[in-house]
Design a protein. Structure first.
Length: 268
């Protein structure tokens, strides 16, 4: 998928102007959350996203997660430092815009097809399958945490909610996107938490306007009871790959005239 080139060029020029006007010892401010600020910097001639926080323990936990990941969905880890006053996590700078920002632009809504939406979902699912293979849950899938590059690549940012599969370190996630079991204490969290999160993101992109098959996939992911959802990303990927098998407007897939029967077997 190619994001609106005119919009991206305009954004680049605005960022360069902003950087000249407000550059500090920290570099250009990219974003700010409740516990940290993220700056753009150059380190050894490479662009770097530098995340700074007074909450060293929280940022160190993110650093430990990012350090062990090697997948296109996740920014590369560059380093971590801390002292008595603050901690700094340095990682790959992702040039692009958040899915939330892109979807608010008329270009994003007007030019994106269902195939492109499913393609974004597939990239996320592949990365989450890798993350789950490391024994970790992401727990905070939402458009604000998903970056789209000029080439249509997808990157996840913000690893403050990551936890081990089977654990439940406390309430985490964003209401409206997080699985119900994440927003209450007690019980073990499973891979289906992120299945729900992916369903929420897909629903935010499509609303109710999508093909019957994609709607069935989203509804399956969004079932309130964890045991009734597709149990892991492998199942979700199989469903999304079926949807990508053909991109005809009527949604009919060659060779899958009995596609509903196949879906019945895949969707629990």
């Amino acid at each position: 998928m190619v994001i609106g080139e005119e919009y991206m060029e305009k954004k680049r020029i605005e960022e360069e102007l902003h950087e000249k006007q407000s550059a500090s010892s920290h570099g250009r401010l990219l974003g700010e959350g409740a516990f940290a600020k993220v700056y753009f910097e150059r380190d050894k001639e490479r662009p770097v996203a530098s995340k700074e926080s007074e909450y060293a323990e929280l940022l160190e936990r993110e650093a430990q997660v990012l350090k062990q990941l090697d997948h296109p969905l996740f920014p590369r880890f560059y380093g971590f430092q801390k002292n008595k006053e603050r901690a700094v996590l340095k990682m790959e700078y992702v040039e692009g815009i958040t899915l939330e920002h892109f979807w608010k632009e008329s270009t994003g809504v007007r030019k994106s097809t269902e195939v492109q939406i499913v393609g974004i979902g597939k990239q996320i699912a592949e990365g989450l399958e890798y993350l789950h293979g490391k024994g970790l849950l992401y727990r905070d899938l939402k458009p604000q945490n998903i970056m789209l590059t000029k080439k249509g690549e997808v990157k996840l940012i913000d690893f403050g909610c990551v936890c081990k599969i089977g654990a439940n370190p406390g309430v985490a996630g964003t209401p409206g996107f997080a699985a119900p079991e994440q927003l209450s204490f007690g019980g073990k969290l499973t891979k289906s938490c992120d299945v729900y999160g992916l369903g929420s993101v897909l629903r935010s992109m499509t609303g109710k306007r999508c093909s019957r098959r994609l709607n069935r996939v989203i509804e399956a992911c969004l079932r309130r009871e964890p045991e009734k959802r597709p149990p892991d990303m492998e199942w979700v990927l199989e469903l999304l790959q079926l949807l990508l098998a053909d991109n005809k407007p009527d949604g009919i897939m060659p060779g899958l005239l009995k596609g509903d029967v196949i879906f019945e077997k895949i969707i629990p």
